[in-house]
Design a protein around this ligand. Structure first.
Ligand code: NAD
Length: 446
């Protein structure tokens, strides 16, 4: 082995001695291509190309002018950030990055840049996921989004929702319906997520309390994870129940609430409070674009009949000629918002620049007995009233302070109870008595 190595060494030495290459001239590497280009006139063509391209870019305003978009983002950031709770600089920059991704995906930057938008790149409508979209509020929201020109994917497990609520969109290429439980992960490419999936009436959310809290916690986690992954803006439909049995009246968004954490309603109340926490943590920690709505009692066509909510109960009872059941002394107050007002508020919140939370409700306050009176006026003046013992943890007073939504979203409810109730009565009458002559369940925006 040693002798072999020695032999090869000798051979190499021999070759080097036999051929000595010329010393390399490093500048030749540069000179040769330049000389070639001059000879072939390539340089002339190169400069001419650069000049033409510069001329075109100078004359045509860009549809995505980076400076314009930068200014837009900066202005938005300034407004937006001023409404955030104190956050670290890092989470601000993550949020900013997500916002820019969202704006680019949704084409918002180009819409506001002021430049010409080339044909074919005009705003095509957003792809929007509505969880719980076959339910009462969700289906009215879907109607508005489809009417606006967006593409909507409804995800619903039909626990309280009904296909009938969205059937009128079947066959529309901009509408898709997926039977899916939000407790399980889901991957769809969308620009916005309205997260409504959750049973909303006491009868339904108390039916399986563990499932209710799972829907609120795991379901919300899944949808926030999806929003983070695909860069979508996320809106949570929270509730006035986060204020519990309030000690402050009317309730402002700054009020932290008075909730029984171990009561029969806590699967819903605490579930929604946790959903709000998760939403803010994804916003601060992962920069997800989020919005939070705290919805107060809402009524209208397509509400579940017999779901234990006071308006639907009274209307169904009056139509069936049954006595109206009033729990407790009937002096507890609620505010009632018509569904088209709520949908308008949700859309303004989603499209606006403020995270929230925002109270969305009608500040007009009614006692249960006053409400029973309006139902008697509208349906049957002879309807009887029957008093029953009150249910556990039923809040005594509930009335939203909506000054924040008025100021920052330019929103306030328009439909008074006496105008909204007849629309709901007509829909209930058709569903209870099977009279399907005309579809009265759609509502026009007020
Ligand atoms: N209507 C109100 O007065 C009111 C008040 C406060 C908050 N909210 C909130 O608004 C949202 C919509 O309420 P609503 O009145 O339309 O109720 P709803 O019961 O009519 O609609 C909820 C929808 O979510 C679906 N759903 C429930 N659990 C699900 C799950 N695990 N996976 C997939 N889908 C599921 C139901 O099938 C239904 O279609 C809810 O989040 C509710 O908490 C409503």
């Amino acid at each position: 082995m040693a002798s072999e190595l020695f032999f090869r060494g000798q051979e190499t030495h021999h070759i080097i001695n036999a051929y000595t290459p010329k010393p390399r001239k490093p500048w030749q590497n540069v000179i040769r291509p330049v000389r070639y280009m001059l000879k072939e006139k390539r340089l002339v063509f190169l400069f001419a190309g650069i000049a033409i391209a510069s001329l075109i870019f100078a004359l045509l305003p860009s549809s995505r002018a980076p400076s314009g978009q930068g200014t837009y983002s900066y202005v938005n950031n300034a407004i937006y950030d001023s409404h955030l709770p104190s956050e670290s600089t890092q989470s601000h920059s993550i949020a900013r990055a997500h916002r820019i991704i969202y704006q680019n995906r949704a084409g918002i930057g180009s819409l506001h840049s002021g430049g010409k938008i080339p044909l074919g790149l005009q705003r095509k409508g957003l792809r929007i996921l509505v969880t719980g979209g076959a339910g009462f509020v969700g289906s009215h929201l879907v109607d508005r989004l489809i009417a606006r020109g967006d593409s909507v994917i409804v995800v619903d497990n039909f626990f309280t929702g009904r296909k009938e609520n969205v059937m009128h969109h079947f066959g529309n290429p901009r509408f898709e319906l997926i039977r899916h439980d939000v407790v399980e992960p889901l991957l769809v490419e969308v620009d916005q997520i309205y997260h409504l999936a959750c049973p909303a009436s006491p009868v339904h959310y108390k039916h399986n309390p563990v499932k209710t809290i799972k829907t609120n916690v795991v379901g919300t986690l899944n949808m926030l994870g999806l929003a983070k992954r695909v860069g979508a803006r996320f809106l949570l439909t929270s509730t006035s129940e986060v204020y519990g049995d309030p000690l402050e009246h009317p309730q402002k968004e700054t009020y932290w609430g008075n909730v029984n954490p171990i009561g029969v309603r806590s699967c819903y109340d605490e579930g929604k409070r946790t959903a709000e926490t998760l939403t803010m943590d994804y916003h601060r920690g992962a920069g997800v674009e989020v919005r939070i709505a705290r919805i107060f009692n809402t009524y209208g066509p397509r509400m579940c009949i017999d779901d234990g909510r006071v308006v639907s109960n009274f209307v169904a009872q009056a139509l069936r000629k049954e006595p109206l059941t009033v729990y407790g002394d009937g002096k507890q107050t609620r505010s009632f918002q018509f569904v088209s007002d709520l949908v308008e508020g949700l859309m303004r919140l989603m499209e606006g620049e403020h995270v929230g939370p925002f109270n969305l409700g009608n500040p007009g306050e009614f006692t249960m007995l006053e409400l029973a009176g309006v139902v008697q006026e509208t349906i049957d003046p002879n309807a009887q009233i029957e008093f029953r013992p009150n249910t556990a943890d039923d809040p005594h007073k509930r009335k939203p302070d909506i000054s924040k939504a008025k100021e920052l979203l330019g929103w306030e409810p328009k439909v008074p109870l006496r105008k909204g109730l007849p629309m709901m009565v007509q829909d209930f009458r058709q569903r209870i008595f099977g009279d399907h002559k005309e579809d009265s369940s759609s509502v026009s925006s007020a």
